[in-house]
Write a protein that binds this ligand. Structure first.
Ligand code: SAM
Length: 258
């Protein structure tokens, strides 16, 4: 299988330097309040490990896994102790291990087959210890249609430039983004936009209890205007965890309004 990030990896952090990783740090922090101290956190599709390293610097026990060996290797170059492994989220080397699993920055959209989506969620569920929490996000069709489909643009990223070109097939719900660094070869990125109901039923079939889907910007119910949707699910949650999640949801809503 070809790795669309193989050539992009050395440039990835510079390309993503505008991305607000702190919002994911904050939201994972709120969700961590639902867990007993000392839990293991695994970031699935961790990329170059930006979130893992930020959390490790705050004292978390965080590790990462990503399909792209080049991204993991770049993570190790950035931070020599980066605890990242190359692994496909559809076949993870973790079992009953984590209190918190994250899968952010639309990484789940990279699973372009429904069977793969369910398998990925099943593996994340298997990586969680009972009572553990999965926090992830997906982008919506509105995001693709508003910000990507049919567009071409070039960004100057310091010493190099990146050209983006994107198309969307509404019938297949498939986005293709072609990324070129300087005048190098084209790197093809494919993402599938699943309806939220499909993601939810895949989670349930994977053995997860869905705690909530929330507009990523407000943490209110997703609407037609949502461009990114956060989801939280749990492995065999207690009634207390389900109740406490509602308190955390309100805290995150208030934090989003700040
Ligand atoms: C948009 S990047 C996000 C990376 C990282 N989460 C971040 O916030 O920077 C998507 C990542 O998903 C990874 N990925 C795609 N398919 C995957 C799979 N089947 N298993 C694990 N990682 C995968 C890619 O290699 C890439 O690093």
């Amino acid at each position: 299988m070809s790795d669309p990030f193989a050539r992009i990896a050395p440039y990835y952090d510079a390309i993503m330097s505008h991305v607000d990783y702190e919002r994911w740090v904050s939201k994972t922090g709120f969700l961590a309040d639902l867990l007993p101290d000392g839990f293991l956190h695994i970031d699935i599709a961790c990329g170059t490990g930006v979130l893992v390293e930020k959390l490790r610097q705050s004292g978390w026990r965080s590790v990462g896994a990503d399909l792209s060996f080049a991204m993991v290797r770049q993570g190790r170059r950035n931070a020599p102790g980066f605890p990242g492994v190359a692994a496909d989220m559809r076949a993870l080397p973790f079992h009953n291990a984590a209190g918190l699993v994250t899968c952010l920055f639309d990484s789940l959209n990279f699973l372009t087959e429904e069977a793969g989506l369910e398998q990925g969620l099943r593996e994340m569920a298997g990586a969680l210890a009972p009572g553990g929490i999965l926090y992830g996000d997906v982008i919506t069709e509105r995001m693709v249609l508003t910000h990507f489909a049919g567009k071409r643009w070039t960004e100057q990223n310091g010493r190099f430039s990146t050209t983006w070109e994107s198309d969307y097939s509404k019938s297949a719900h498939l986005a293709e983004t072609r990324v070129t660094v300087n005048r190098g070869p084209v790197n093809y990125i494919h993402e599938r936009i699943f309806p939220l109901a499909t993601v939810q039923s895949a989670m349930e079939r994977a053995g997860l209890t869905v705690l909530g889907f929330c507009d990523a910007a407000t943490w209110k119910k997703p609407s037609k205007r949502s461009i990114r949707v956060d989801f939280v699910a749990a492995q065999s949650p207690s009634a207390k965890l389900v109740r406490d999640f509602e308190t955390v949801r309100k805290k995150i809503q208030a934090w989003q309004r700040r």
